[in-house]
Write a protein that binds this ligand. Structure first.
Ligand code: ATP
Length: 328
């Protein structure tokens, strides 16, 4: 796990890009004409095989980063590798192995999903037309649209539209899939569909890099995350490690909060907070079963006991002192 201080100074120097990184950026910076710095000195490390959540509020620089990663805009300074290949020299090698969904694909509303994919496939000059039917069939099956293949695009639900966009990105084998806000505008059902699809794609061995401003939605599928704020990296790393680094709390439901307070304090737990019928404290290194045993031993009526890990959103607030829905 690495963290970047509020002032932007890296806490530790990033390791050099490794062959087994799906994406590595070093000092990636984009200053738009007019002086706006959309992305500042970004050091991202996306391990191969990860589902990497690239998270941040609106305007925090996610799309600008993705556009640089895909070569759609040039960085002002900095460098990056894709699948171990340094850019920009390696576009021809790396890009065929990278699928992307950015800013909604342009599909024809009156054509079926299948016909739209035929157009996408035909536009790829490197794809063999003789095997087109199989590629399209496979892609539709992969995103669960086989039954709706003949339906017109305009009659697709938002979730189906998004899945068709992912199918287009998967018309050929990809080692890396980059998705920009794939759940944007989707209802809970559509969001679930896309999440499930991301899991399945990752299970097949494809690294998935997915941006979102909705922490809670994406943290459920990610193995790793990076969190952006106003163009700067706030934190990145394996989700498990990030979670382990932030203190879990133990929460006890009990009518005996006074006695419980004494037990928790006696065990050395800190930040003990009580209200009617409930008391909580930072758990630290203590096993929760030890806390439970001591509470019961002291005669505290334990009605419920839970270990509460902070959500990504809680972590973001802790790291930045701000709520996540701030405008960049
Ligand atoms: N072409 C451009 N010219 C000038 N400023 C730009 C340009 N594109 C983006 N910006 C600015 O750069 C900042 C980062 O924008 P970006 O779209 O990368 O953020 P984002 O995290 O993807 O947000 P959103 O989720 O709203 O798309 C914003 O302040 C935006 O206004």
């Amino acid at each position: 796990m690495t963290a970047t201080a509020e002032a932007g100074a890296p806490v530790s120097a990033p390791p050099p890009p490794a062959e087994d990184d799906a994406i590595a950026t070093r000092g990636l910076t984009k200053r738009f004409r007019g002086g706006q710095v959309a992305v500042a000195d970004l050091d991202l490390t996306v391990p191969r095989g990860s589902v990497f959540g690239f998270l941040g509020p609106n305007g925090s620089g996610k799309t600008t980063t993705i556009r640089m990663l895909l070569g759609l805009i040039s960085p002002t300074t900095g460098s990056h590798t894709l699948l171990g290949t340094p850019m920009p020299d390696g576009w021809a090698t790396a890009l065929p192995k990278v699928g992307s969904l950015i800013e909604g694909p342009a599909f024809h509303p009156h054509l079926s999903g299948e016909a739209n994919l035929r157009r996408c496939d035909a536009a790829d000059r490197t794809a063999d037309p003789r095997t087109s039917r199989r590629r399209i069939g496979d892609a539709l099956e992969r995103v669960g649209l086989t039954a709706a293949a003949g339906k017109r695009y305009k009659n697709y639900s938002l979730g189906m539209k998004q899945r068709l966009g992912i199918a287009a990105a998967l018309l050929r084998h990809r080692e890396l899939l980059i998705l920009d806000e794939p759940t944007n505008g989707l209802d809970p059902q559509g969001t679930r569909e896309v999440r499930t699809l991301i899991r399945e794609i990752a299970a097949d061995g494809t690294t998935v890099f997915v941006s979102s401003h909705l922490l809670a939605e994406i943290e459920q599928v990610c193995t790793h995350v990076a969190v952006m704020r106003t163009g700067r990296l706030v934190t990145q790393g394996a989700l498990d490690e990030l979670r382990a680094g932030t203190g879990a709390r133990i929460r006890v439901d009990t009518p005996d909060t006074g006695t419980a307070n004494g037990v928790l304090t006696g065990l050395g737990l800190t930040d003990v907070r009580g209200s009617r019928g409930e008391i909580s404290a930072e758990l630290g290194e203590l096993p929760p079963e030890r806390v439970c045993a001591d509470l019961v031993g002291a005669g505290v009526a334990v009605r419920g006991l839970a270990v509460v890990r902070p959500s990504l959103e809680d972590m973001f607030v802790e790291l930045t002192g701000e709520g996540f829905d701030v405008d960049g």
